[in-house]
Write a protein that binds this ligand. Structure first.
Ligand code: GMT
Length: 375
């Protein structure tokens, strides 16, 4: 380990979603580097391995108090963080996604009083872009950010949006996301056979939680617009039920093109069998799924929005938002030219391995923890 060991509490959402996945990967890397890491959430984060040394998990019960007409999470979370923060003498609370985690951290430190852990808040996207302008949340988020010892964003783009949205006094640190691919447990042939995909078919992958901002309608329309749609299969690794999109699949005549997996937590099993990644979000502060696709050397097609250009640089096919025919043309070009596809995929992988590795990024968080801890 390069720095003195710390005791770090990480609060995140447990389900499939970039902020929880990043928080889990960060905690796992920190524990591997000798830090003691305590996770707080209402369920075990999907990718968290509790058998690893120095990893602890504190489950927070939601809505158990029957006196309320609706469930509350913020207060039980704050109490759990305060209890563990005090008993384990944590140095840092690192909360991922401001709502409600940064407010819970503020309450926990107030309850502990002198010697409370320092608070680092990482903004991931919609905590600024959707909830920030919302009058029901704005003041609470701004208060929690002002009382954090450090605030980070996952891209320059999100830093700018955060500065425009809230009146903060201190600088915001940009620490991008990272990804460490696990080796695939199954071969290219095995996965394609399981999915029923022939060698001449072109497998396009899309991974997301299907929220409205992912614009699944545009995703499907790109496939429907491609001249080579007969050869294209679209694999959607979905973090939410796909049923609401089935009528559009039927309307566009894509029933034979679309394969949906709703239970695929292990992206490594599918990405190596794919030929390209397609992402049609209208807002994306970073795009962790895009980074995962780059790490597997697959060419990416996406819209030029939010933090995506910072992630892909020149190593992807970017289009103006809404340019469906442009995206479809890029897809056709990739199918026609496997060499160009391979070359673009390789460039993407090189960029990912240069800029977004755990080795590079975790060190930035460690340095920040030590800086705030020393204050
Ligand atoms: O902000 C959200 O919508 C949730 C969040 C999540 O948990 O998936 O996504 C955000 O955080 C990811 C990890 O940092 C980023 O890769 C995503 O771009 C970002 N989503 C948006 O900005 C819409």
């Amino acid at each position: 380990m390069e720095t003195a060991p710390l005791k770090i509490g990480i609060t995140c959402f447990p389900l499939i979603g970039g902020s929880g996945i990043l928080a889990t990967a960060l905690g796992t890397e920190l524990a591997a580097r000798g830090h003691d890491v305590h996770f707080f959430s209402h369920a075990k984060p999907v990718r968290l391995d509790l058998s690893l040394p120095r990893i602890h998990f504190h489950q927070v019960a939601v809505g158990e108090a029957t006196v309320f007409p609706c469930p509350d999470y913020t207060l039980p979370l704050a109490v759990k963080m305060a209890e563990v923060g005090q008993s384990e003498r944590l140095d840092i609370f690192h909360v991922h996604y401001a709502v409600p985690h940064a407010t819970a951290a503020f309450l926990a430190t107030e309850m502990i009083g002198a010697g409370a852990p320092k608070v680092v808040t990482t903004l991931h996207g919609t905590d600024t872009t959707l909830l920030g302008p919302n009058p029901q949340y704005r003041a609470a988020i701004e208060h929690a950010l002002i009382h954090s010892d450090a605030v980070t964003t996952v891209s320059e783009s999100l830093r700018r949006q955060t500065e425009e949205t809230f009146r903060l006094r201190d600088v915001i640190h940009v620490i991008p996301n990272f990804f460490t691919p696990n080796p695939s447990t199954r071969s290219w042939e095995e996965v394609r056979r399981e999915l029923g995909i022939s060698d001449r078919e072109f497998l396009v992958v899309h991974m997301s939680n299907l929220r409205p901002t992912k614009r699944i309608d545009l995703l499907l329309r790109v496939i429907a617009t491609a001249s080579q749609r007969e050869r294209i299969r679209l694999l959607i690794l979905a973090g939410a039920p796909f049923a609401p999109f089935q009528p559009l699949v039927n309307e566009l005549g894509l029933r034979d093109n679309v394969i949906v997996k709703e239970d695929a937590a292990v992206v490594e099993d599918f990405l190596p069998a794919s030929d390209a990644g397609l992402y049609t979000s209208q807002n994306e502060s970073f795009g962790l799924s895009i980074l995962e696709t780059l790490f597997f050397g697959r060419p990416v097609i996406a819209f030029r929005i939010g933090g995506i250009p910072e992630v892909v640089g020149e190593a992807a096919y970017l289009h103006d938002f809404g340019d469906i025919s442009g995206m479809a043309a890029s897809l056709d070009a990739l199918i026609d030219s496997p060499e160009a596809a391979k070359e673009m995929g390789q460039r993407g992988r090189e960029r990912a391995e240069k800029l977004f590795t755990a080795a590079r990024i975790v060190r930035l968080y460690e340095a920040l923890y030590h800086r705030v801890n020393g204050r």
